[in-house]
Design a protein around this ligand. Structure first.
Ligand code: G6P
Length: 615
């Protein structure tokens, strides 16, 4: 949440900062701002709204104030203080000598603010960040140290999560950044450095990056970088090679990133299994967890922790881990797990799932599980993010950068990788024999083609979307593997179209949701020919009897389901536990087209952010 960008070098900073903000806008987009180091002062421009509003605002400003090769910028997702010009970042200290941008929450900002007010500091915003700017100023005034030292000492008083970037008039050739809990990456160029919350804004300038660890700070001068801990221990930064390509960050002719990402699924699923399956040999190879194979095989239970769409992928995984590998699985919201007293055994295995690898609740749940002595595997999409770095072992989903806030291709990539782990475990334990493995893996290899076919439902889905674009509510129902999909389908619709939607296990319909059914209620059924097919058909009949309108995702040529449903979307048949990989597609498309017809901001839905780095 919130995007941070910075530049120091020979080029003009402003265009780099603005482009970086646009790349990071998926992290938050309620206000944006820049601070540029001028000769005599720091120029700060900020505006409520999206980066486009900031761009428009600065067009009329004095060109001289926009020039120069040092600056920091921010796109905000509000935590402390409503979205407004005055709460937008950068925040200046009282003397206007120090500008700070910040991602995260400073938990003890109120007592710090009280002390600063007693000392005579005035506050113009409601933010915790302004407290930090004045705290740094106060430390500097009292100790007469350099600005980087003042930042370091001030941070020792701070409790909470942060990634910050600081400019100071007292040292016009320096940007200081620091991190605890929220991500920040440094791009290393020739005589120049780039700073960003994640690597996406850096790709077009450099492929060399440094990820700061928690409680580390970097003092960046033109062409020179020093990394140390907040405790003042000098560190030797590890420079990594970035693998993302620039065209992965563009829309590539699609109207929205989300649509592009939906259409990328045949590729992202294929990429996520590439090199990991041997169909003829009936085996799965997972290099990332090889060293911990024993922990997986000996696990008495698997605990899956995640948030949002990643949790739904985990729910699908529970079903196939239990079906294929016969190991009990518990799936839990990371945000619940971390705040209760969970019972975790040493011979449990914890799987954390996160597209971004930065979700604060998932990271905290991971740390809690680690304290209890369990082995932790991560399934993440962003290489080098905080979660994969905190796990014992893990497997990356190779979905490529996902920019649309509502997750699509990451979800199916997660299911693919989870399925590979389940199969790896099942074959190691002997719950699946070689013949069965060969059969399953051949089907898995075929899945991208079936997903391509599912994408051909687009025209049908558009027709259905037109009929239901004004619906006030939706119910999504499914059983077995269809149940987490019902949750995910409803989540997609809520996220991007703002229509109220509820996902429910179809069998539970009679315990509540059926009371909502009338002729105005569209009910989406996941009605593939799996183990619960007959039961789902009965549920459809029950809805029909109450005049509900049925939209059913069915297997191609299922004539009986066609007779009952008002609208059908036909998808190819596959093995039941792979069905979610195929059936996700029309659910994503339905949400997309309804949102499009309603004129919603699909890639940046209101109030949401892609990377939720606050609790
Ligand atoms: C946010 C995003 C969702 C995502 C969830 C978990 O809410 O908008 O799309 O599913 O966070 O994110 P993660 O990166 O941990 O998968």
């Amino acid at each position: 949440m919130c995007g941070i960008v910075g530049y120091i070098g020979k080029r003009e900073a402003l265009p780099i900062l603005i482009k970086g903000l646009e790349r990071l806008e998926y992290r938050g987009y309620d206000s944006a701002g820049v601070a540029l180091m001028g000769r005599g002062k720091i120029f700060v421009y900020k505006k409520k709204g999206k980066v486009a509003a900031l761009k428009k605002f600065i067009k009329s400003k004095d060109k001289k104030s926009l020039a120069g090769g040092i600056g920091i910028a921010h796109t905000r997702w509000a935590t402390h203080g409503e979205p407004s010009d005055r709460n937008a970042h950068p925040l200046l200290s009282n003397s206007e000598n120090i500008a700070v941008i910040h991602n995260g929450i400073i938990e003890n900002y109120l007592p710090l603010k009280k002390i600063l007010i007693e000392k005579g500091y005035k506050f113009k915003s409601d933010t915790d960040t302004e407290v930090l700017a004045n705290l740094i100023e106060d430390v500097k005034k009292n100790t007469k140290v350099s600005i980087d030292e003042a930042v370091r000492l001030a941070l020792q008083q701070v409790v909470g999560a942060y990634a910050i970037a600081v400019l100071s008039k007292d040292d016009k050739e320096t940007i200081i950044i620091a991190k605890a809990g929220s991500p920040v990456v440094i791009g290393v160029g020739k005589g120049e450095h780039f700073i960003a919350s994640d690597a996406t804004p850096l790709v077009e300038y450099t492929d060399k990056v440094i990820y700061l660890d928690d409680y580390e700070m970097a003092i960046i001068k033109r062409g020179k970088l020093t990394v140390k801990t907040i405790q003042n221990e000098i560190k030797n930064p590890y420079v990594q090679k970035l693998e993302i390509k620039i065209d992965e960050l563009e829309k590539g002719g699609f109207a929205h990133f989300m649509l592009k990402e939906i259409y990328e699924q045949p590729k992202s699923i294929r990429d996520s299994m590439r090199g990991r399956i041997n169909v003829e040999g009936g085996s799965v190879k997972l290099g990332g967890i090889e060293k911990y194979q024993n922990k997986l095989v000996n696990a008495k239970r698997i605990l899956i922790l995640a948030c949002g769409t990643s949790l739904h992928a985990g729910m699908e995984a529970k079903y196939f881990f239990e079906e294929l590998a016969k190991v009990p699985v518990l799936v839990e919201y990371a945000s619940e797990f971390r705040y209760r007293s969970p019972v975790v055994f040493e011979n449990d295995l914890v799987l954390v799932i996160s597209q971004s690898g930065e979700t604060a609740d998932t990271l905290a749940a991971l740390k809690l599980a680690k304290e209890k002595g369990t082995t932790i595997f991560g399934i993440c999409n962003v290489i080098g993010a905080s979660i994969p770095r905190a796990t014992d072992a893990g497997i990356y989903t190779h979905a490529g950068p996902e920019i649309g806030v509502a997750s699509s291709k990451a979800f199916t990539a997660q299911i693919t990788v989870l399925l590979l782990i389940a199969l790896y475990l099942a074959s190691s334990q002997g719950t699946l024999n070689k013949k069965e493995m060969v059969k399953i893996l051949s089907e898995l290899e075929n899945i991208p083609k079936k997903v391509e076919k599912a994408l051909l439902t687009n025209a049908t889905v558009i027709k259905i979307a037109k009929k239901f674009k004004n619906a006030k509510d939706f119910i999504y129902l499914g059983r077995g593997y269809g149940y987490p999909l019902a949750l995910e389908g409803a989540l997609k619709l809520k996220e991007i179209s703002y229509i109220h939607a509820e996902g429910y296990p179809a069998g539970e319909m009679k315990h509540g949701p059926i009371a909502l059914v009338d002729s105005n209620m569209p009910v989406v059924f996941v009605a593939d020919k799996g183990g619960s097919y007959e039961k789902v058909i009965s549920n459809m009949m029950e809805v029909k009897a109450r005049k509900g309108v049925i939209i059913a995702i069915i297997n191609e040529g299922d004539e009986s389901a066609k007779k009952i449903a008002d609208y059908v979307i036909e998808i190819p048949k596959t093995l039941e536990f792979m069905m979610p990989l195929v059936a996700s597609v029309p659910l994503q498309l339905l949400a997309y087209h309804i949102a499009l017809l309603r004129g919603c901001n699909i890639d940046k839905p209101r109030n949401l952010a892609k990377s939720v780095t606050v609790e």
